[in-house]
Ligand binder design. Structure first.
Ligand SMILES: Nc1ncnc2c1ncn2[C@@H]1O[C@H](COP(=O)(O)OP(=O)(O)O)[C@@H](O)[C@H]1O
Ligand SMILES: [Mg+2]
Length: 324
């Protein structure tokens, strides 16, 4: 059974873990648009492919799937998630399962405003948000909103252009320089990350790993500690089932005054997933089972708590790389 990981970039650990799980039964095939993506060299075989925005990209991926007898495919970057979901039928036709959520959920997860509307209309705690600056100013007048607030692009990732804003003057400066911004209530509390697997066959939430974030770097969790709370597991399960996510997802949550607030979802392996794996949440195995037609048993919270995760950098060297 072979698996293909698209846009692997620097996610070497994800490739390593899959290779470990597939040892003796299959290969990991990796792709990236850049020959300088280090995770390529971790895989059993790799392909340098066009950028996802180029015409014919999906045809090329389908060709590789056929040649490599791929059973399951997923991407590690946000803009590719919707593309895969949109072409789901073309993959099914050649016997390939896209491990991921529906097109609607992929698009909602990328759009922070849509996500906010869904969360608030379904009764989940979340940071009060605005895309209309005037409405926000009105609510400040009415003392419904208070500075500081967070300002961020509606379609943002990796913390790019996310700022804490303390006054109207600074707010105006941000809005002069950017479009499609969102203003959000400041959640003053503990940041939490959840790595969740939703069984692709049964639709059940079968694994949840939660951690408290201690330090962030370049928009990713750099240091964190695992913990368990039944109340949080229940909230995650309810939210994920109600929204209808499938496969691997990563959720950002805040704990403020004993209440949990859902912030955002990445419907893919998050950058912090290795912490979950190292604590015992082997989601690669869950994926392999699903691809073999086996649904997984519910095993929520099956990991060690109080385990600290600390990231570090590594380097890959190659003498000859064909820079296109
Ligand atoms: N409303 C908020 N309250 C407090 N901190 C926030 C808020 N929004 C964002 N942040 C901080 O900024 C980071 C990035 O924001 P986020 O909305 O997760 O965007 P991205 O898609 O770039 O990860 C968060 O991990 C958190 O540290
Ligand atoms: Mg985030």
């Amino acid at each position: 059974m072979n698996i293909m990981i698209l846009s692997v970039g620097t996610r070497n650990k994800i490739v390593q873990y899959f290779k470990r799980t597939l040892l003796g039964v299959g290969n990991v095939i990796a792709t990236d648009a850049s020959p300088l993506a280090p995770a390529l060299y971790e895989a059993n075989r790799y392909y340098i492919v066009p950028r996802i925005t180029e015409e014919g990209y999906i045809d090329k991926i389908l060709d590789i799937c056929k040649r490599e007898q791929i059973k399951g495919i997923f991407s590690l970057i946000d803009p590719e998630l919707s593309l895969l979901a949109r072409n789901n039928n073309r993959f099914i036709e050649i016997g390939v399962t896209v491990i991921g959520s529906s097109i609607e959920l992929c698009e909602m997860s990328l759009n922070k405003w849509k996500m906010y509307q869904w969360l608030s209309s379904h009764g989940y705690n979340c940071a009060r948000s605005y895309i209309d600056k005037t409405r926000f100013y009105d609510d400040v007048e009415l003392k419904k909103m208070f500075y500081p607030v967070f300002v961020k692009p509606i379609y943002g990732s990796a913390s790019v252009s996310v700022s804490k804003v303390y006054d109207r003057e600074t707010m105006e400066t941000y809005w002069r320089h950017s479009k499609e911004l969102m203003i959000q209530e400041f959640l003053d509390g503990q940041e939490i990350g959840a790595d969740v697997y939703i069984d692709m066959i049964s639709g059940n939430v079968v694994s949840i790993f939660t951690k408290k974030k201690i330090a962030m770097r370049a928009g990713e969790t750099d240091k964190a500690v695992s913990f368990k709370d039944k109340k949080l597991f229940q909230l995650i399960e309810q939210f994920v089932i109600e929204a209808g996510y499938l496969g691997q997802i990563d959720i950002d949550i805040f704990e403020v005054g004993g209440d949990y607030y859902i912030s955002e979802v990445n419907p893919r392996f998050g950058g912090g997933y290795p912490h979950a794996y190292e604590c015992g949440c082997d989601h690669m195995k869950l994926i392999m089972n699903n691809l073999s037609g086996i649904s997984n048993k519910k095993y929520i919270g099956a990991y060690e708590d109080d385990v600290y995760g600390m990231k570090f950098n590594e380097v890959v060297t190659r003498r000859k790389v064909n820079i296109l």
